[in-house]
Design a binder for this molecule. Structure first.
Ligand code: GLV
Ligand code: MN
Ligand code: MN
Length: 432
């Protein structure tokens, strides 16, 4: 962990130290590892802390109707459209301290850098810390990002978590109202562009010796829920040949998912990451199993072919083993290209600070940017992380890389002001 002075000017060191601060209770719901699910106590404590840092950096801070923290650095004119910098504040269970949070901290540092120099733009800059990118509480991800982009699904407001707590009840405990959830939506004309800095969560940049990379596209994702229904019975008396064991069937299905995921191009991946076994006791043949299936690929067609194969093979296994199977698609995020002109500005900014042509790469991990792309042009910059390890407490970054990322972000914003939609915003202001 990095120790930092109490006050200092905008820096990568401070961004890292703040992520470290937020990596433990009370900012985590667990005392012995980082787990910050959406709308938990750790989430609430985290938003209070971030709001204070946003204010200190020269922004106003508010929590929107979906539980996102939104900082705003006004432009030269009130109500100017915004360049939004964001990422997420939630974590997976036993996650790392930098996934998502580092992008939010870099957004704050970027604003602090300009605020310290007294620089205002024709546009506003907003920093958003999204509440639910991981989907580690409710069965879908990017719920609050989808609220901001105005692309919520019909079922979203009726979601229930693994403990049986509905979204409405969870929001109520957070001081929010489910009937107002959709009010987090932003109008297209109010958002000029969305930019996200994120750790790579993979090994490419480190292996090739780059501190930063520019993301060309984000892989397509599906999330399914599979419910296998067998017959629970006495583990001592139920003959093996008469069993309809839901867990044994699910185990065969997991191996089929692994086989199909491994049979495609390298960017195709298929994962069963969560399983609940009922009744889940040693002396009862399992009667019901629910598990998740996460399928991703760089292009929709490859992901879709794998999903079709899984949807064909799992019912065969169920039929052969005499168990029921209910497969439900819970989330469909198509492959998302980043915006060409915005990414060119980012590439130029990265080259200017690193002195080298940027490594361009596709993201296998999902990001808030893939939903924000439905609202505005998006660009992402990746930072190298140690060993490519993420979704793991061993996640680590070098402070020097984070400093370079901050410089790239400020260089990007300056370029955006001169040549991007930000320059267009200046024209619009003058015309008013
Ligand atoms: C988020 O980290 C995801 O890629 O699922
Ligand atoms: Mn993330
Ligand atoms: Mn993540």
């Amino acid at each position: 962990m990095v120790k930092m002075p109490a006050r200092e000017t905008a820096s990568g060191l401070r961004a890292v130290a703040r992520c470290d601060d937020l990596g433990v209770a009370p900012y985590s719901d667990s005392d012995d590892h980082l787990f910050r699910p959406y709308l938990g106590a750790g989430h609430a404590a985290t938003l209070d802390r971030i709001a204070a840092w946003m204010t200190e950096a020269g922004m106003t801070a508010r929590v929107d109707a979906a539980g996102n923290i939104v900082g705003r650095y006004e432009g030269r004119h009130p109500d100017a459209p915004a360049l939004v910098i964001g990422s997420h504040v939630d974590s997976v269970r036993d996650g790392g301290r930098y996934d998502g949070m580092l992008g939010v901290m870099l957004g704050i540092e970027t604003v602090a850098w300009f605020a310290e120099r007294g620089h205002r733009f024709a546009f506003a800059i907003e920093v958003i810390g999204f509440g639910d990118e991981e989907g580690s509480r409710f069965p879908v991800s990017m719920l609050t990002t989808r609220a901001v982009a105005g692309v919520l699904g019909d079922q979203d407001l009726a979601l229930v978590d693994a403990a049986g707590v509905g979204l409405a009840e969870a929001l109520d405990g957070f001081g929010l109202d489910v009937t107002r959830f959709v009010d987090a939506v932003r109008e297209r004309e109010d958002v000029l562009a969305y930019v996200e800095a994120h750790i790579e969560q993979g090994p490419v940049l480190e292996a090739e010796g780059h501190a930063l990379g520019v993301v060309s596209a984000i892989a397509a994702q599906y999330r399914f829920r599979a419910v296998v229904t067998g017959v629970a019975g006495h583990a001592g008396t139920m003959a093996m040949r008469l069993r309809h064991d839901a867990l044994a069937a699910a185990a065969e299905m997991v191996l089929a998912v692994e086989r199909i995921g491994g049979a495609g191009p390298e960017d195709l991946v298929a994962t069963v990451g969560r399983m609940e076994v009922g009744p889940g006791v040693p002396n009862v043949v399992p009667g019901a199993v629910t598990f998740s299936i996460d399928i991703r690929a760089g292009v929709d067609a490859v992901r879709d072919r794998a999903a079709e194969a899984i949807q064909a093979v799992l019912p065969e296994i169920a039929a052969r083993r005499g168990v029921g199977l209910d497969l439900t698609l819970q989330q469909d995020l198509p492959a998302t290209p980043c915006d060409g002109s915005l990414s060119a500005l980012m590439a130029d900014a990265v080259s200017a600070v690193t002195g080298a042509a940027p490594r361009v790469l596709v993201s296998g991990a999902g990001h808030d940017a893939m939903v924000m792309a439905r609202l505005a042009p998006v660009s992402m910059v990746f930072l190298r992380c140690r060993g490519g390890i993420s979704h793991n407490p061993a996640e680590a970054v070098e402070v020097e890389d984070v400093q370079v990322a901050l410089e790239a972000m400020t260089a990007f914003v300056s370029r955006f002001e001169q040549t991007g939609a930000g320059a267009g915003a200046a024209l619009t202001q003058e015309e008013r």
